[in-house]
Design a protein around this ligand. Structure first.
Ligand SMILES: [Zn+2]
Ligand SMILES: [Zn+2]
Length: 373
């Protein structure tokens, strides 16, 4: 009988090729950077265009040494012409990141794309690499890491050092690390090849802590499903997001954030009934978590005659909001911009100012509505 596989083949189906065994370490990794335990899932590697096999196997070594993660190297993908910006003769890194995300396997802890061509990001003439802080994806380009780009003789040691730094830096972003000001931390912002070479090949203690904390969250754990669902929702795929949020709530039924965000996904799918159930469940579990009350308020407000019920929900949320100034600003803007209710908007703008809120744009809007004394 022919077997059909719905997912990865199991170890019993295929003996692991030798290459998949722990890669031999051919380069120096500073001891504090070496992975201390095995990552809970592989990191997917997406070659964008043709990438030399030696480059891919070096990347596998880096992922193993740095994160204790196996690599799942996906088949190379031709970059669609829509990612190319002819006027700049460069690829658009944001589009490439979307492309990488669209290929991300569910079982992957993170995903990194690699290409051989120059790319840019908004506001930058070029970037060596690019990553998303929350969606688990990054990419880097070999183009400007090669000495030959600067019309100098090729150098393997230099190239390897740069790839290591670029990968550590971009994956560091995917663990929630923004750019770091600590001298020599590999998460420092880099603007040219000399500043990349000048980086220490290591994270500072704070950045390392974030990486290690993220490394224990497997993609099929409740928290892993929750964060992948968030990425799907941010990328306008509410249907797939709702499936993962639902799974997260089944694994961890007492976590209000999972129910709340499930409600948000359901609302994007126009399933108001189920969204309400999810928000109510989240509110029940909420403790000091205001979001489900705000979301219920929006739901009620959108129904005829629901204005009072909505305001009551907003008040419940505000009472739980650890940052009431931001809470009143949020509610005031909802009334002002979404519901066109100047009276209630004025009330919340006024409270925002009374509590010490002073953002110029908000205060100006409040004044325009007559909310200032
Ligand atoms: Zn960066
Ligand atoms: Zn740092």
């Amino acid at each position: 009988m022919r077997r059909r596989f719905l997912g990865d083949r199991t170890a019993a189906d295929t003996p692991l090729p030798l290459r998949r065994q722990r890669p031999r370490r051919r380069f120096y990794v500073p001891p504090p950077m070496r992975a201390t335990r095995r990552a809970p899932a592989p990191i997917a590697v997406q070659p964008l265009g043709a990438i030399a096999a030696t480059q891919l196997s070096f990347l596998e070594e880096v992922l193993w040494s740095l994160l204790g993660a196996r690599a799942t190297v996906l088949p190379a993908l031709e970059i669609p012409p829509s990612c190319w910006v002819a006027a700049r003769r460069q690829y658009d890194a944001d589009q490439l990141l979307d492309l990488v995300f669209s290929r991300m396997p569910l079982h992957a802890l993170r995903m990194i794309g690699v290409l051989n061509a120059d790319m840019f990001a908004q506001g930058r003439t070029f970037v060596f690499g690019y990553a998303h802080l929350r969606d688990g994806i990054g990419l880097y380009s070999l183009a400007r890491l090669e000495e030959t780009y600067y019309r100098r003789p090729a150098s393997d040691p230099l190239l390897r050092g740069r790839v290591f730094r670029a990968v550590a830096h971009e994956l560091g972003h995917t663990f929630g690390n923004p750019h770091c000001d600590v001298p020599h931390c590999v998460m420092r912002a880099v603007s040219h090849i000399e500043s990349l070479d000048a980086l220490a090949p290591s994270y500072c203690p704070t950045c390392l802590r974030r990486v290690r904390r993220g490394l224990v969250v497997g993609p099929s754990s409740a928290e892993g499903l929750f964060s992948r669902a968030g990425a799907l929702l941010r990328r306008h795929m509410p249907e797939r997001a709702a499936v993962l949020y639902r799974e997260a709530t089944q694994q961890a039924p007492l976590e209000p954030r999972y129910h709340n965000d499930l409600g948000v996904a359901l609302l994007s799918l126009a399933d108001r009934t189920r969204a309400r159930v999810a928000f109510l469940r989240a509110a029940e579990l909420a403790g000091q978590f205001p979001h489900p009350y705000y979301n219920l308020g929006i739901l009620y407000r959108e129904e005829t005659g629901g204005a009072e019920a909505a305001e009551a929900c907003f008040r419940e949320g505000l009472a739980r909001d650890p940052d009431p100034i931001a809470g009143h600003r949020y509610i005031a803007k909802l009334y002002d911009e979404l519901f066109g209710d100047a009276l209630r908007a004025r009330h919340h703008y006024r409270t925002y100012i009374e509590l010490g809120g002073s953002e110029v744009e908000v205060v100006e809007r409040a004044r325009a509505l007559g909310a200032c004394h």
